[in-house]
Design a protein around this ligand. Sequence first.
Ligand code: BES
Ligand code: MN
Ligand code: ZN
Length: 495
Amino acid sequence: MRFLTKKIEETDAKTFICYMFEDDINKSDLFNYLDCLSQGMLNKQIYQYKTITGKFLETYKYSINENMLVVICALGKKSELTRQRFSQATANAARTVKNYTKDKTLAIELIENTNDCNRSSKYFTKKDSAQIALCALRIGLYEFNKYLAEKKETIETIELLDNNLNKEIEQGAQIGAYSSFAMKFAKDLVNESAQIVTPAYIANLAEQIAKEHKLEAKVYDKEQIKRLNMNAFLAVGQGSVNEPKFIHLTYTPKGTPRKKIALVGKGVTFDAGGMNIKPAASMLTMKSDMSGAACILGIIQAIAKLESDVELHAISALCENMTSASAYKQGDILTAMNGKTIEVDNTDAEGRITLADALSYCDKLNVDEVVDIATLTGAVIVSLGHNITGVMGNNQEQIDKFMEISKLSCENVWQMPVLDELKDNLKSEIADFKNTGGRNAGTSTAAWFLSNFTKSKSWMHLDIAGTAYLEKSNKETLSGPTAAMTRSLINYILS
Ligand code: BES
Ligand code: MN
Ligand code: ZN
């Protein structure tokens, strides 16, 4: 997909998204331009025929001269507009475009709301608007049609229209373009079947990415993983014919790095539960258990393209958690890379075991911060549902900063505690920890477990089990993968 910025009169697009509010009679430059082309019919639809009232998420299609499509995207009351609402309405309008046009180009205007205080999620400039809109459009236009006989026509070029273009807007558009690419990349990888997306497949992909973006790549196979003493991670993968791989990509900026961050993504390419096999309904979507790995591989590409001044490491312990004759078992005692021992209480709590070694690996990297992102616990769905990601960690400043940025990135996060109170849940008589406790406080307990495998004073954990993959559409995204936290993490790394 191509992204351009243009003045309104320079566009030759035939398909437009144009915004309106419920309670603002002042219309945008683009609206007036299109109203003029329609000989006043657009205004008439609103004021005479009242075919559209402007309520949030309303969309209205109007064709001009039978060859132009205008999708009016209603944003609701002006005072209630947030960045997230702007994103949801835009993604929604893009879906209307996808369903009704055969054009290859879509043009959209930039809007702003600079009346509010500039730390509020209601405040956004045209730069922000460019960034948010490109992500939202690409969410709305997204399709995984590789396996469909009938493929829809797709938009190939997006034009951002504004009569006062400037450097800032171009910069916002660039960040939006690469963020939306990262999201599409992650969603495609999650959508692809686990039959294809094995640890070796992702490892190969990582090597290709490294070549294309001039990153340093380390890919460890089973023998090398053994030599690194990652025996906890190895145990999880031992039940599969698809051997585990450990990947570590590094982006190094040109000058001295402003900061060094390690991103760790859970990379279980299929989670059958192991010997504690999952029931059919729970296993159905478990090809998505590598969403964290997909997310960090998308992010490092965006960060490289944007030539960020941060040194970034993307790390994943890739394996399959299968039920088989060679699978690891309940009662097994595993020794992680950092020497701590784990009694396997439940083979389906495999994510934390793989992350234990991946986090220990990061101890050797000499980074300022470690962030892991994982489809870790069903319990986070019980606590927060499918539209809020759980955030935990050991550095409140880091968490506060991330929560602020995710709000500005149109994503929802909520903090859960990681307190030593949780220790008793995982008490083992014969090892340092069990890998599971009871049903209570499942998300926090998993995070507490992880906290024992990092020495970092700035470690943050994102549990995306509820948000990475939707069984039911939300306001912004249709069912399927969402690339949750990709936008937020890119903005976090850039800031
Ligand atoms: N991958 C799952 C978590 C998950 C659940 C992700 C639902 C997406 C949707 C994880 O490996 C898992 O199985 N967790 C268990 C832990 C339990 C055995 C303590 C769970 O949450 O049921
Ligand atoms: Mn599991
Ligand atoms: Zn899992």
